[in-house]
Design a protein around this ligand. Sequence first.
Ligand SMILES: [Fe+2]
Length: 444
Amino acid sequence: MDVSKVYQYAVKPVPSMPRALIGPGAAELAGAEAAGMGLKHVLFVTSGLRGTGIIDEMKSIFEKAGVAVSIYDKVESNPKDYNCMDAYKMYIDDKCDGFVSIGGGSSHDATKGARVVATHDGRNINEFEGWNKSDRPNRPPHIAINTTVGTGSETTAAYVITDTSSPKAPFKWVAVDFPSMATLAINDPALFTTLPPEYIAFTGFDTIAHASECYTSNLDHPLANPIALQAVKLASENLREAYANPKNYDAMMNMIWAEYTAAYAFMSGFLGIIHSLSHAVCAYYDIHHGLNNAIGIARVWEFNLPSSPRKFADLARAMGEDTTGLSNVQAADKAIDAAIRLARDVRIPENFSSVKPYPKSRIGTGWYSNRPKEIRSDEPEIEKLALHLLNDVCTPFNPRIVTMEDARQILRDCIYAPMGRNAHVTTHERVNGKREAAAAKATR
Ligand SMILES: [Fe+2]
């Protein structure tokens, strides 16, 4: 029986999650946990978290538990294929027996990549793009110590790597590979207090994108949906306070729960074209994943809204909007307004053309040194971004079918238009520098 001809995506995935320790003091248990797993020498995989003291502190915690530590601290934002291969090489050279990722999604994803490579005798990481491409189920143990409110990677089976070396490069690909889940996930709010506010804003919007995309996806199901809505509510209620004061314990702890639970929901319902768009822009410009999501979210919600006004009305209510007496269509519009207001409150740039290199950004460095320093895509570049978007693994789960012209228009709006409903730019307006016309349209 070919059910695919009757029901699209009939089989719903119900994911498992690794064991987790969540709450203040959880990170201090990590060394004893590693020793309890029988580990003798672990490899820390991290961006370095320089200026926070976290890596030195964690090294001391592991060594006190009798576990030696080597450190690979060169993970880049949007982790590159060479980050996975270099971490794998250090793991082999130093005769390690387990991995510890410390940081955000980039560190966890690079670690998952290095573990897959280690299990497959050093094969190139770019061979593992897609769904369950590994053919060996075992992985070295992995403790994922999370420090951002947006990734979910510490507890999911997914990881995302930027291919800089194959003929497809630049290409940011997704792997969903169930043996790649970490052995233990740790979220300790004590490690989040040094997060720069802009990172809290970016990663907070990553969480809202995770939760809202799976809630509206065509894979949604009754187990994941309430969790997704709860994550949208928690993040919407707490992001402003966490952004303004990262030492606000209640706000940060609620953001951590939003991040963690959204990850469960999106491993069920998967994602949509907010993430497809983000992966495309990351591949070409190497800017922050969460920032891309924050810029894309209102535009993609507006595009997707006709697919299910009821679901977007639910998102509006989860974001605290009063929808009393409104139809679903009227209420759904309020979700877009709420997303724009939240983005502006946490200083998200209006569009990609107003993104400036942000602190610690690697834009224009390393492999990307020959790329433009600012995003001002011409039409041939938009064509490449649109193709990347359409071919992304998340695109089939988007609730509305996306054409090439749809993708081009969403990208043009994200690059040039202000963040208002119906603030679309035409090629004519863009070419003639008439973005004011779009701005005026947005305020009418
Ligand atoms: Fe994400």
